[in-house]
Write a protein that binds this ligand. Structure first.
Ligand code: CUA
Length: 328
């Protein structure tokens, strides 16, 4: 008779654990994204350790709570009659103070052991070499600049198996953004006027999606980023080709810049959204006019292209004129 509530509490707890297990097993749930870079491994390991400790403590505390509620319930005792009186037990108190301290110490030690592998950028003289990319975060796009001067917007191409060092910043008149590709390591802020750095080494080809992780304004949610990891020979060939094409004005940089820096406010088809319509507008056929607005901003529009090179500016104005210009 007395065992019945305890039994149902146990059944309930088992059900809750089974549900949590199912969530863990499926794609997504509370499991972190599959790590594809060594620093993401360290973050994942720390996450699981802390989650395991937290779940164990949760089960212990809730289990005791339910047990005590049942064990010390009023039962047939009179409404105003005192229950059994319990007094302190020093050994128990020492135990519940010392054990949490030890648990915290274990977590701190574990994280400190993992931290260098997460934070420290591998040095350039390792056998594989290193690719250094400058990342500038803008409202609301990412601009990447490769060592040979080639640039890309929102999508960073990277070689598989080679460490990639990212040096991040944001323009002085911009706001703080946060770079975060979960499969390739932790978050790092991009701060106006300061530089920060992080790194990754993609262990296989693929497209890894991320997003700006710092609320940066109206279109924060549109500020997505992709890392496209390709085999190193393919990457090297692409980088050389792309730099030459950007110099010659034959690349897709104009379209890419439009999609990243302009379309989020003005619409992919130039139809206008929170920014005015571009398709068929007078300014669309006026490269000098576009350049002025893009470099200096206007009303609510940030200075999205203040730092663009001439080749990127020409690519963008050329693309806009061809696609949306009225007389063209
Ligand atoms: Cu940039 Cu949120």
């Amino acid at each position: 008779m007395r065992r019945t509530p305890l039994l149902s509490a146990c059944v309930l707890a088992a059900l809750a654990l089974a549900t949590a297990g199912a969530a863990l097993a499926g794609n997504g749930g509370i499991a972190p994204v599959e790590p594809r870079s060594p620093n993401a491994d360290g973050i994942r390991d720390s996450y699981w350790l802390i989650l395991a400790v937290v779940l164990a403590i949760f089960a212990l505390v809730e289990g005791l709570l339910v047990t005590f509620v049942i064990r010390f319930r009023r039962g047939r005792r009179q409404r105003f009659e005192d229950g059994a009186q319990l007094h302190g037990k020093s050994s128990l108190e020492v135990l519940w103070t010392a054990v949490p301290v030890l648990i915290l110490f274990a977590i701190v030690a574990f994280v400190f052991v993992k931290l260098p592998g997460i934070r420290n950028v591998p040095s350039a003289d390792a056998a594989a070499g290193r690719l250094d990319v400058a990342v500038t975060a803008h409202r609301y796009y990412w601009q990447f600049e490769y060592p040979n001067g080639a640039v890309s917007v929102d999508t960073l191409r990277a070689p598989v198996g080679q460490p990639v060092k990212l040096t991040l910043t944001a323009p002085d008149d911009d706001v703080i953004h946060s770079w975060w590709i979960p499969a390739l390591g932790g978050k790092i802020d991009a701060i106006p006027g300061q530089t920060t750095s992080t790194w990754f080494t993609a262990d296989r080809p693929g497209v890894y999606k991320g997003r700006c992780a710092e609320l940066c304004g109206l279109l924060h949610a549109e500020m997505l980023a992709w890392v496209e990891a390709v085999p190193k020979p393919e990457f090297d060939a692409w980088l050389e080709r792309e730099a030459a094409a950007q110099q010659a004005g034959t690349s897709k940089l104009g379209e890419q810049t439009y999609a990243g820096a302009c379309a989020k406010c003005h619409g992919l088809a130039g139809q206008g959204d929170i920014g005015p319509r571009l398709d068929g507008s007078a300014i669309a056929s006026d490269p000098a006019g576009i350049e002025k607005v893009v470099r200096e901003g206007r009303n609510a529009m940030p200075t999205v292209g203040a730092a663009w090179s001439d080749s990127q500016m020409d690519a963008l104005t050329g693309y806009v004129k061809e696609r949306f210009g009225s007389g063209g």
